[in-house]
Design a protein. Structure first.
Length: 326
């Protein structure tokens, strides 16, 4: 019965016209009423500079010399399933590294290369995509949107979502639950990255006196291997609804993620990705990659490589993700 009432309210909200418009409090004016009156005498109006006799008039620039500011660049759409899969794999690698029982030079180098393959400038977009896919995978939320489409038509639903997304989603069943799921899975993912940073960072200090951790390694070879790994293609299966976790948090993510999830359910990923894309996220991850390589260039021993992995690959990446989902 609650679902029928919710759908009815949704249908009413779509088809009823707006009945009232807030008054502006200003009386209409004629088109010329705001014009400054022209002085009727030969005297110049007060506070207006008068050019001196013989002064050279200011040069007027030709039209071709006037630079018209360009409109802001449009954020391109991206593949949410692919970027989310890469972020999920990075979180999985962080989780795996926290369960290692024995550290060796080979294990440390393998961790460096695996995180290099999975890290990219698009990790922040992948994190945002993962949040959106988690919300859209909540079956009651997706089902309610599909029911609205069946009743009203996709175009009408998209128009209502565009014109007043907050009011529209307030009528969609389980929208708040979907938002808290997105928040929960992101909190869980960040906790795993933070845990890997903490454990690996502690290990960087605890193993310093062990013989394997003091084995000197050529930093140029490590850097070359890291660069090769970071540019190597990664083949990951696209994430589906069954791959999404159902961890919930008390507070939902920013409302733009729920709006983006609704667009995704409705098949408009172009609009969905524009809502969550942040150019600063790519810049942040580019800095992470630079810091990792600078750290490796200054390192000679495996325990120092552990520090690079903990401080930059995971701790700084976690910070980039946090900024991306604010």
């Amino acid at each position: 019965m609650k679902r029928i009432i919710a759908i009815s309210a949704l249908a009413v909200s779509v088809f009823l016209p707006v009945l009232a418009v807030q008054a502006s409090g200003l009386e209409p004016q004629d088109a010329g009423s705001g014009q400054v009156p022209v002085p009727t005498t030969g005297e110049p109006p007060a506070n207006v500079a008068v050019p001196e006799v013989g002064a050279v008039p200011p040069t007027t620039l030709p039209p071709e010399a006037i630079v018209t500011p360009l409109p802001p660049a449009e954020v391109p759409a991206f593949d949410m399933a692919a970027t989310a899969a890469r972020f999920n794999a990075l979180v999985g690698e962080a989780d795996r590294l926290t369960t290692l029982r024995t550290l060796t030079p080979e294990a440390v180098e393998g961790a460096l290369l695996s995180t290099a393959r999975l890290s990219s400038s698009g990790i922040s977009e992948g994190a945002a995509s993962y949040a959106v896919l988690s919300a859209s995978a909540h079956a009651p939320f997706a089902s309610s949107l599909q029911t609205a489409v069946n009743l009203l038509g996709r175009d009408a639903v998209l128009e209502r979502l565009k014109s007043d997304p907050e009011a529209f989603l307030g009528l969609v069943a389980s929208s708040n639950e979907a938002a808290t799921i997105a928040s929960g899975v992101m909190a869980d993912s960040l906790a795993k990255m933070d845990k890997a940073s903490q454990i690996l960072g502690d290990a960087a200090y605890s193993v310093q006196k062990e013989a394997w951790a003091q084995r000197e390694m050529d930093p140029q070879l490590i850097l070359a291997a890291h660069r090769t790994a970071s540019t190597s293609p990664v083949e990951l299966s696209p994430l589906g609804a069954s791959d999404m976790r159902n961890t919930r948090a008390e507070a939902p993510l920013d409302k733009r993620f729920l709006v983006a999830a609704a667009y995704h359910v409705l098949g408009d990923d172009v609009t969905s990705t524009k809502l969550i894309a942040r150019t600063g996220g790519k810049m942040c991850m580019n800095r992470v990659q630079l810091n990792v390589r600078q750290c490796l260039a200054a390192s000679r021993y495996p325990y120092e490589h552990l520090f690079c992995l903990a401080r930059h690959s995971f701790q700084e990446s976690s910070g980039c993700v946090r900024d991306a989902i604010k």
